[in-house]
Design a protein around this ligand. Sequence first.
Ligand code: COI
Length: 361
Amino acid sequence: MPITFERKLTSTPTSPERRAEILAKPAFGSVFTDHMAVIDYTEEKGWHNARIEPYGPLSLDPAAAVLHYGQEIFEGLKAYKNEDGVVGLFRPEANAERMRRSADRLVMADLPVETFVQAVKELVDVESDWIPTGDGESLYLRPFMIATEAFLGIRPSKSYTFCVIASPAGNYFGGELRPVKIWVEREYARAGRGGTGSAKCGGNYASSLKPQILAAQRGCDQVVYLDPLNDNAIEELGGMNVFLVVDGDTVVTPALSGSILEGVTRSSVLTLAREKGLKVEERTVTLDEWKRLSAEGRLSEVFACGTAAVITPIGAIYDGDEVIGDPEAPTGPVTSDLRTTLLGLQTGVVEDTHGWVTRVK
Ligand code: COI
């Protein structure tokens, strides 16, 4: 049953001039729109009090479980506007399903797919003037859920708040699309066996901050995590999945292992690659294999993908003093083609044969 959202709109919206200024040069995740969608949950009432309200601070009891034991999960998805002003969401049900799996892992309230999608649609409907339309630009949506019960015993909270905020977004790495540099992380892990690596929870990202800072100090944009218990198998980049293009016609990505996030973009890329006649392999890829393929001249391209990153070419990886790849390498043909198709589908330029786009208005 659809839930009813009450609309409590702001009396002080951003002026059209200021909004135009922001949309002319969108960054990533630093400016937010005027409203947010919020729904509360208690064991007695279930999900209730759905509303669109002015964007602003949430009020929390200092004993709220999220502040102590990190019961928090989130999602990332995007709304696009095409040349005719049609507004669409890319695969929102896939994000909703993943949030249900994350909630299950962190023993949080189960938010029905329908309610998740409805909340996102309601917010985008109100904020559609905030969608930038330049190449690779969109309205980034950040749904998240926090545990709100004031209780310090260690057990799952009995109350939650689900919220969606929106931010006009350009390239995640800033400026024009360029190949990124990746640091091979040998000391820190993002997630371990049996941990929360496949859930999209804040704690995974908190643990990635230190290696990310160290990588940035070494001139790199991101970190690639390894599984030292499995011959240094490549895992993911912390906020993105990773793909290798081998011999120009084979697309290889690490298989889902329980410690890798199942990216919606990852699964879309796999489908598109198959349709383009590329060979697709989801399997273990070790750092040694990566180096060997590169030394043999068989590693045609490498790219990262995620909702925020879309498809971003990887120029080189840095394993201590060893550099594998070319930091200045131009974006390869497979990476470019997949990126163009994916963005084309998202913006309505390429026919949506998969039913991936949900129209908002
Ligand atoms: C996303 O791609 O939406 C993420 O949540 C990852 C983060 C790098 C922003």
